[in-house]
Write a protein that binds this ligand. Structure first.
Ligand SMILES: Nc1ncnc2c1ncn2[C@@H]1O[C@H](COP(=O)(O)OP(=O)(O)OP(=O)(O)O)[C@@H](O)[C@H]1O
Length: 619
């Protein structure tokens, strides 16, 4: 997307961070788990109270308790970002947290019920409703892509072949992008919801010990809104990334093995790279931010520390059993608050709308030419009719029909392209407006609550002042000793707090180490297997040749082999593809592998006898 440098105004602001707490599940209640979260909604504080000690609270932009509604979240978190995306800014909303804490519930929700719709379906109504209210001078094109990152592979969830692995590329004029990712233009809530449904069906989910329907991949739903104002002739493009991350999890708690352990390791590893990117951005000292260390951070590069308005929703479970994971999530989220982004309006020199308009003009010109051709026909008709040549008359009629068909095809094409361009102010979106009404009415509700909240705060502050006066009088009557005692207690409490924080950090470090070790063990196992196969099946001289033909591609982060099309497996594929043309050559392998020379067989038997006789007899 080319930005015109003259017209760009940058808005600098920190990533906004929110916390949402889900209710205790029925299973947790049945197992007698306790709610250990303490929330102060007025101050936006949240703390975890496990051992009755005075826990240190975390402060965020807003903390949503377990009875918070989907719409209240949408209004506070998503509305400002979607509004900015409509103006041409990039926006990102991402849900982060332990498995089973409500990321998918918050991002997608249940779209069969309006009040349970998550952030993604609510953005559809919001965007289309704003387009229907825009001035008739503005045209819009809305495009959608949906991808997932599963086991460090990017897949297109809207493709007919969602298992195909896609590559990430970078170009100075476009930035980071996914090659061959399919984009769909949408013109209604129904069409965009249909795409979300299609993509969700293709997403990898499994039932795990921690969640019945657990997402095993990071999913990024992107809505691009291009708008062109006819009077200013200015085109802007806002890109909205809605991200549902896979949940972090401890292998020991999920008891994952095999393929599931591999999935979990990849999830933890990419979240750990995300953590490193966040730390590097926050500490301000690192000149290198490790975006390239995972596909997720590469694709979210602009959202973290770049050109985007970004909000993170940290999801936590209230249960005592999840205490450690919840502390980690809150710490992670607290770091994100310090990331600063520089968002600017993306101005496009030649966008989709202009391309579509150009196409329409060309088609209209073709229709015009066909009409001119038609107008000439009656003359011919007269001439031919007078000539009484039936055959020529028939030919002429066929020509006329052909022209008519061509014209109608062109008109159909025009109407299809026109459908993709949405004109502001067209009242096509009743449902969108209904949803927008819901969002607004919740807004009014929240404003009322805000007013009550303000009144309560004023009363509280009055009471607080009275209390301070009383305390001052009281303290002036205290002996000096008592004052010193208080100070000692305060210092003691502070010391305890620091110790607690230190212990927490130590714990977190241990957990990260364990996750990395888990991953390391898995990699060692896979490497051993690969080495065993190489040692056993590949002759040494071939190995040298293979090594000489391998090149590391730092762009795609993988090895590439020269002449890979001629390797054994690829040649076999070709052979089997041409199996109809070729008669397979049969090799008799038995004599090669199963015939031992007599001497060797004897030696083998002696060895077996010896080793057997060396075993002590049972008493
Ligand atoms: N705020 C909430 N209110 C009611 N139910 C909720 C809430 N949040 C989550 N749930 C329920 O908790 C369960 C787990 O939620 P969800 O699948 O969204 O978790 P997740 O974080 O996406 O998990 P994973 O990382 O494993 O994919 C679901 O049954 C969901 O309906």
């Amino acid at each position: 997307m080319a930005n015109s440098k003259t017209d760009v105004q940058t808005e600098v602001e920190n990533v906004r961070v929110f916390v949402r707490v889900r209710p205790l599940t029925k299973k947790e209640e049945a197992e007698g788990h306790l709610n250990v979260l303490l929330i102060d909604p007025k101050e936006n504080l949240i703390a975890l109270n496990k051992d009755g000690a005075n826990p240190k609270p975390f402060k965020f932009d807003q903390v949503f308790g377990e009875d918070s509604t989907q719409l209240s979240l949408y209004r506070v978190i998503a509305v400002p970002i979607v509004e900015k995306a409509l103006q041409g800014y990039n926006g990102t909303i991402f849900a982060y947290g332990q498995t089973g804490t409500g990321k998918t519930y918050t991002m997608s929700g249940n779209y069969a019920k309006p009040e349970l719709k998550g952030i993604i379906p609510n953005t559809f109504s919001h965007i289309f409703s704003q387009i229907s209210r825009a001035s008739g001078e503005t045209s819009f094109v809305v495009t959608v892509t949906y991808l997932e990152i599963y086991n460090e592979e990017v897949r297109d969830l809207l493709s007919t072949d969602p298992n195909k692995k896609l590559a990430i590329r970078e170009r100075p004029d476009v930035g980071v992008y996914v090659k061959d990712l399919m984009g769909f233009t949408v013109d209604s809530i129904e069409s965009i919801t249909e795409l979300l449904n299609r993509g969700n069906k293709n997403r990898v989910t499994r039932s795990t010990l921690m969640n019945d329907v657990s997402s095993r991949s990071h999913a990024i739903f992107t809505i691009t809104i291009e708008s062109k104002n006819r009077s200013s002739n200015k085109t802007t493009v806002g890109k909205l990334n809605l991200v549902d991350l896979a949940g972090s999890e401890r292998a020991s708690r999920t008891q994952a093995t095999g393929e599931r352990l591999r999935e979990a390791s990849n999830i933890n590893l990419s979240l750990s790279v995300l953590g490193n990117v966040i730390s590097a951005l926050v500490d301000g000292k690192s000149s290198h931010i490790p975006y390239r260390n995972s596909k997720l951070t590469r694709l979210l590069q602009d959202s973290l520390g770049g050109n985007s308005k970004t909000a993170m929703i940290a999801m936590v479970s209230p249960a005592d059993i999840d205490y450690e994971e919840s502390i980690c999530t809150l710490r992670y989220a607290a770091r994100v608050k310090h990331i600063q982004n520089h968002a600017r309006i993306n101005v496009e020199q030649r966008g989709l709308i202009e391309g579509f308009e150009h196409e329409i003009a060309e088609l209209q010109e073709k229709i015009h030419l066909l009409s001119l051709q038609e107008q000439k026909q009656p003359k011919k008709k007269k001439e031919r009719a007078s000539a009484h040549k039936v055959e020529e008359l028939k030919k002429w009629e066929e020509e006329l029909q052909k022209t008519e068909k061509e014209k109608s095809d062109l008109m159909q094409k025009i109407s299809l392209i026109q459908k993709r361009i949405l004109v502001g102010g067209e009242n096509l979106f009743e449902k969108a407006q209904h949803q927008a009404f819901l969002i607004e009415s919740t807004g009014a509700e929240i404003e009322n609550l805000d007013k009550n909240h303000q009144q309560l705060e004023e009363t509280l502050s009055k009471k607080g002042q009275e209390r301070i006066d009383v305390e001052e009088k009281y303290s002036s009557l205290q002996e000096e000793d008592a004052g010193t005692g208080k100070k000692i207690k305060k210092v003691q409490a502070y010391l305890n707090e620091v110790k607690e924080e230190y212990a927490d950090k130590e714990h977190e470090y241990q957990r990260e180490m364990e996750a990395l070790l888990d991953n390391n063990r898995l990699l060692v196992r896979e490497t051993q297997l690969a080495c065993l196969m190489i040692d056993s099946y590949i002759p040494k001289e071939y190995l040298k040749k293979i090594e000489a033909n391998l090149i590391w591609n730092s762009e795609t982060q993988e090895y590439q082999m020269r002449g890979v099309a001629y390797t054994g497996n690829n040649m076999r594929k070709r052979q089997s593809a041409h199996s109809e043309c070729f008669t397979p050559v049969k090799f008799e392998m038995k004599p090669v592998y199963h015939k031992y020379p007599e001497k060797k067989r004897e030696r083998k038997m002696v060895y077996e006898k010896r080793s057997f006789s060396a075993v002590p007899k049972a008493r």
